[in-house]
Ligand binder design. Sequence first.
Ligand code: TTP
Ligand code: MG
Length: 358
Amino acid sequence: MVRKIIHIDMDAFFAAVEIRDNPKLKNKAVIVGGDPDKRGVVATCNYIARSYGIRSAMAASIAKVLCPRAVFIKPRFEAYRYASSQVMGILARITDNIEPVSIDEAYLDVSNVDDFQGSATLIAHHLRAQIFKETRLTASAGVSYNKFLAKLASELKKPDGLSIILPNEGLAFIEALAIGKFHGIGRATEKKMHALGIKIGADLAHLSEQQLALHFGKVGAFYYQLARGIDLRPVKSDHERKSFGAEITLEQDQTDLVLLKAILLKRCEEICALLQKNNLKAASFTLKVKYSNFEQVTRSLTLPQGFDNINQLIPYLDFLIQKTQLGKQPVRLIGASASHLISATFLASRPVQLCLPF
Ligand code: TTP
Ligand code: MG
């Protein structure tokens, strides 16, 4: 059976919340992130700021050069978390088959929803209207028959847009798609694809499954399917999830330990927000670092009592960081994840245990 998947992604999320809460910002270039004079990083910016070439993860100092008149705002995570929970709550009224992917993004599988005549397009239209009505924030939506295409569709008419990729349009869309836009293909894989002469989806479809496995290992089979419009990944709702992660590829390789710690803390905040929202605690925490030479390391620890709060993690971060080359070797990606998830209610009923950093 053909599935009906919707991908919802809020527009310029942190910046949109700031502008909503301070209308004076409305026609200005607005950047949310760290201090441009203190090696801060851009978390996001509104679309006016984007017209100057400013992007997420860029050094705030560079953003200031690109647009000296831009207004810089420190993030207010509480406000974003609250708006996020409002949005997720609106989605949950349609179906509980929802997979939140980040603070401002979620997939819904509406294949079995009967409301709105069972039309995914009408549901998406309704969701965007309802989100705006209740939060005064705009969301973009994509509708298609799998997650890969639904996400691509949601980007097509950003901001404040709705796009549909119908089952009979998917293949043509993928054939023309730049290889860097494929799910899971980051900068490094994109380079490798280009070196093999693969620039768009149609080129990818020319390679056999064996050839792709040879060049890309296990994910080769996944690329083979994507090139044919097939993506069978299910929409996984939170209670089925085994971990929450957040990571970021840096605009430029970084060695500055203070800056890297600040970026890591933000990822940890995001993870804790997701845990709290789902009334979960995690017993394991993993730090992930990819160095500029693409070598990747992970360092984990167990907190038997579980955590869902940044303050419970902070005492252990340095311990993990010391087990990496952070601050010594240039880093291109930093992230973290929480796993071994346990219901917070269940944990609260257990006796307190000693918490050791290993
Ligand atoms: P995104 O959905 O990637 O970006 P966005 O909502 O700001 O803009 P749009 O979707 O319209 O392109 O990320 C959601 C929020 O996550 C974003 O508002 C801020 C935060 N974020 C960071 O803090 N650092 C990052 O590098 C990225 C990409 C996002
Ligand atoms: Mg967004």
